[in-house]
Design a protein. Structure first.
Lengths: 789, 172
């Protein structure tokens, strides 16, 4: 009988009641009396010198309150980058200015030039058309390798070139070279991890409000981490002290990483509302989102794998170009380095691993973390090269992986991280069982009878989640700690508000977090609510990304709840005139061990707030505790995925026929939500593998800025539920956080893209087409070309 | 986007040349052109209303003519701004070759679009440009040659003298 309560229960998401009945309160639903609207005039050239901006005619148009340009932001800070990467020569990365509104130059299509604030959005938009901007178009750099050529046009004139940093990590060159020289076989692969646009269902919105009486600003924004925005915008951009600045991220309709970052529009609305003493609102259109939301991925890599005569992996070397776009977004520098290089060992005991990354500025939208952030890029390279090696060597790709698995833990990789626990053979066993590998031959024969090619792709992954130990990331260049915080506020009658630093924008925290507290206290979940997303209500918090919420913030909540239990036991001991050491808490009742004496949860909480009979000499009244939790290590979810595709040889169209994931997320609090996370992650990964591609032309024009040209996955692109199995029954609990959880939010998007591509290549090669690789998206035209070239 | 083609026009190169640098002819021939003024020396100012896929816009722009070698070759370059719709710019080299029965007009066009036009219309822009060019030269041919069917031409000129072959009537 499955649990219906506490940890392990598949409780339905309580937040869905309001989402599904139209009662959600998103940022765009918030309106402040008298608010004005801003429309951003954005560059339609990729690179240009601004000769002049004439706003006179536009300013005189109906409803216009004020027009801002870069000149209004002189002396105002630029948007900061939160992570300093040090290159292989010991030099700090190049960090160009990132102004709120363009100053002197525009550097990508979508770069904001001017902001028109008017009584209505229509008036602002009309006035923006009347702004006369004289821009001298300059040559654009789009291709990363060309951007590094001597004499290439510079994105930033004040930098020596377009190289942000040249980073090297892992095993030293001499050792790696020696391993390659001694190898019995070397497999090399060049590949591209396609540029993606996150496309959360809710576009970004910002509403800045200024209270002149109290000199206080409030920013309502679509953010995954309101406290981080408050810190970055207050301290680095606008110079507003935290006690005068409130950041609220209410219901947020999906983030996928792109709502982590601090954006110009947030700073603008806050700044402008102070200037005009009136609230200022911006709502992104979908077209605007394509050219102003940070993009994801966009790596070009060469990976080489060395094997000995027994097919043991002996060395791995990668050389990656990572696109930064025109400016450094908040965590852009970290994604291709510390979130990518550290995972390059994968699930394998390869003794020598070296990662090289050149981060490059180009005249494109800034690129930053997107679901998986660096780990999908690492996994894609590694698992594709292993698959290619297996084909070259004529060995079973499952056997080749198993042979090289790490099997004893803890395991320190050559790329700095130490995996605390895992069982990669167990997830591989589970995947093989669920996929019915022996039945593949019959399924392939059935496909062939229909004139289709069928392929089986398998894949493993590991990721580092639960970011992150603050002292470690500080050494690596993070400019922030990555702990999290929670306050458990027990009210007089026993109900509980838990203020959490994590932010829920689809993850189901409102359901899951109370399950944990309910389990610990033995009370019903309905007595517990979480409060999140408002810097004025929660102690602090680094927000939600990197599959960290439950592992880090959940652990803070556990620690705070433990403090509550300790204090409550003291109160209960006093009420029952017993020794604190003898008090037990079970099912919401405090009892004295070995007796029939007990007091209920509500009696204790009431005593805390009505302390008529209370140990005031020992403890304070009230029942509210806060804990900050800093993890001791990352968590390392891992898994084995498999996919079967059919390829139509006449058209090159790929359909996913069957997909299995076997994940190890450690302990699981709400299995239904975990399955939903993995379903969604795999759908996003299939989108990347088959459909999505953000394309620029050679002039830096964005060519895919609507759903006509940027293909999002649809339900019909996914296998039917019966052939879409996500499993998390293999559980090796995390050894260092109190819940033993590892995080599940990104796994599907990390593990699935190489699985799909491996399956397509299996289909083609098994049919006699010698195709080594096809870049994502594996579109019908690319497959057809590969088959017919 | 690049495009090269040629067309035979039943008129002498001098006639074709004169038409090519005439603002009234150009206005008549550029699809969607609502205003055209200027001269080959000063450059032309034009307003064109067009719909590219989902993007409809009024483009205002300048066209300059250079490297003019009458009646053999000229280079056109121009840029049109469509406000929120983005921009289009490009150039064309037009070469006139005398042939039996008239002139063979060769053109090499290079064009690029930016902003919303690129974002929403990139897939269809090549086809659009080809259609624009075809329409232009159909119009141009008719303006210079007059209608192919002489009776129809008379009917047409009876109703609207400027519709067909009007340019040749003026210059001849």
């Amino acid at each position: 009988m499955p649990k219906d309560h506490g940890i392990g229960a598949s409780q339905k998401r309580r937040e869905d009641v309001r989402f599904l009945t139209g009662a959600g309160q998103y940022t765009d639903d918030i309106n402040v009396h008298g608010q004005a609207y801003v429309y951003f005039l954005r560059s339609d050239v990729a690179h240009g010198k601004i000769n002049s901006i004439d706003t006179a005619a536009a300013s005189a148009m109906p409803g216009v309150v004020r027009i801002f340009t870069g000149a209004d932001f002189e002396g105002v800070g630029g948007l900061p980058c939160g992570w300093q990467v040090t290159d292989k020569h010991g030099e700090a990365m190049k960090e160009p200015a990132h102004p709120v509104l363009a100053q002197g130059k525009v550097r990508h299509v979508g770069d904001p030039i001017a902001a028109v604030v008017a009584d209505s959005l229509e008036q602002a938009r009309n006035a923006a058309e009347a702004i006369d901007v004289d821009i001298e178009e300059l040559p654009a750099v789009v291709d990363m390798k060309a951007a590094l050529n001597a004499g290439a046009t510079k994105v930033h004139d004040d930098l020596s070139d377009n190289l942000c940093y040249d980073w090297q990590f892992g095993t030293d060159t001499e050792t790696v070279d020696a391993a390659f020289a001694a190898a019995a076989h070397v497999t090399k692969l060049e590949l591209r991890n396609n540029r993606l646009v996150a496309n959360p269902m809710e576009p970004r919105v910002a509403l800045g409000e200024y209270n002149r009486a109290k000199d206080e600003s409030t920013l309502y924004t679509t953010s995954q981490n309101p406290h981080v925005i408050r810190l970055l915008m207050g301290a680095f951009v606008l110079g507003i002290p935290e006690h005068k600045l409130r950041v609220v991220a209410p219901d947020v309709g999906g983030g996928f990483g792109t709502k982590i970052f601090h954006y110009a529009e947030e700073a603008f609305c806050t700044f402008a509302s102070r200037k005009i003493n009136r609230a200022v609102k911006w709502t992104s259109s979908r077209s605007e989102a394509f050219m102003s939301d940070a993009h994801g991925r966009d790596h070009v890599s060469t990976i080489e794998l060395a094997l000995d005569a027994d097919n043991n992996f002996t060395a791995l070397r990668t050389d990656t170009y990572a696109n930064m776009g025109a400016y450094l977004s908040t965590f852009a520098s970290c994604t291709p380095t510390w979130l990518h290089g550290t995972l390059m060992a994968g699930n394998y005991k390869t003794p020598a691993v070296q990662v090289n990354v050149k981060a490059v500025f180009t005249n494109t939208v800034p690129v930053d973390a997107y679901r998986g952030a660096g780990r999908p890029e690492a996994t894609f390279q590694l698992e594709r090269v292993i698959d290619k090696a297996a084909r070259e060597l004529g060995v079973d790709p499952i056997k080749l992986r198993r042979q090289n698995f790490i099997t004893s833990f803890p395991y320190a990789t050559p790329v700095a991280v130490e995996y605390d626990t895992g069982d990669y053979n167990a997830t591989m066993d589970k995947m093989e069982e669920l996929m019915d590998i022996p039945g593949f031959a019959a399924r392939r024969a059935a496909s062939e009878a229909k004139g289709k090619l069928r392929g089986l792709g398998i894949n493993c992954f590991i990721e580092a989640c639960g970011i992150a130990p603050s002292n470690l990331v500080g050494q690596l260049g993070a400019r922030a700690g990555l702990y999290d915080a929670a306050t458990v506020r027990v009210n007089a009658t026993g109900s509980i508000s838990v203020m959490v630093g994590a932010h829920s924008h689809g993850q189901g925290h409102e359901t899951v977090f109370p399950q944990v507290v309910a389990e610990m206290l033995g009370i019903d979940e309905s007595m517990i609510d979480i409060v999140h997303g408002d810097s004025s209500k929660i102690p602090f918090g680094m927000g939600t990304y990197g599959s960290r919420s439950l592992a880090v913030c959940g652990s803070a909540m556990v620690r705070a709840t433990e403090k509550i239990i300790n204090k409550a036991k003291k109160i209960a001991a006093h009420l029952m005139e017993a020794s604190e050491a003898d008090i037990e808490l079970k099912d919401g009742q405090f009892s004295v061990a070995g007796t029939d004496k007990s007091v209920a949860w509500g009696d204790v909480t009431l005593a805390a707030y009505v302390p008529h009979n209370y140990p005031l000499e020992d403890i304070e009244p009230g029942l509210e505790e806060t804990a900050f939790y800093d993890p001791a290590n990352f968590t390392y979810p891992a898994g084995a995925y498999a996919c079967e595709v059919e390829v139509d040889p006449d058209t090159g169209k790929v359909t996913i026929e069957k997909f299995v994931s076997a994940d190890d997320f450690g302990n699981v609090v709400n299995p239904m939500i975990v399955e939903g996370q993995v379903h969604g992650g795999i759908a996003q990964g299939i989108g990347q593998a088959l459909l999505e591609n953000c394309a620029y032309d050679e002039n830096g024009q964005l060519l895919s800025a609507s759903y006509m040209d940027y293909a999002m996955p649809r339900a019909s692109d996914l296998p039917h539920m019966a052939n879409y199995t996500v499993d998390h029954s293999c559980q090796t609990p995390c050894t260092h956080n109190p819940l033993g959880v590892k995080g599940c939010g990104e796994a599907g998007a990390i593990g699935s893209p190489p699985t799909v591509v491996n399956a397509v290549l299996d289909a083609l090669n098994s049919a006699g087409h010698k195709v080594a690789h096809i870049d994502m998206p594996v579109s019908p035209s690319r497959v057809w070309e590969a088959m017919n070239s | 986007m690049q495009m090269s083609d040629s067309r035979q026009i039943s008129a002498a190169p001098e006639t074709v040349w004169a038409a090519l640098i005439n603002a009234d002819v150009l206005m008549q021939c550029v699809p969607g052109c609502t205003e055209m003024s200027g001269s080959p020396e000063e450059g032309f100012e034009a307003t064109v209303v067009q719909k590219v896929g989902p993007v409809k816009a009024t483009f205002k722009g300048q066209v300059t003519m250079s490297d003019m070698d009458a009646p053999n070759v000229l280079t056109l370059s121009g840029e049109g701004k469509g406000g929120a719709a983005g921009f289009a710019k490009g150039g064309a080299t037009v070469r006139l070759e005398p042939v039996d029965g008239g002139t063979l007009l060769h053109y090499d066009v290079e064009a690029k679009v930016g902003g919303k036009l690129a974002q929403l219309g990139s897939r269809i822009i090549d086809g659009f440009a080809k259609k624009m060019a075809d329409q232009f030269f159909v119009n141009f041919q008719e303006a210079v040659e007059g209608p192919k069917d002489a009776d129809a031409a008379e009917d047409a000129s009876g109703q609207d003298g400027k519709k067909k072959g009007w340019f040749r009537k003026i210059v001849s």
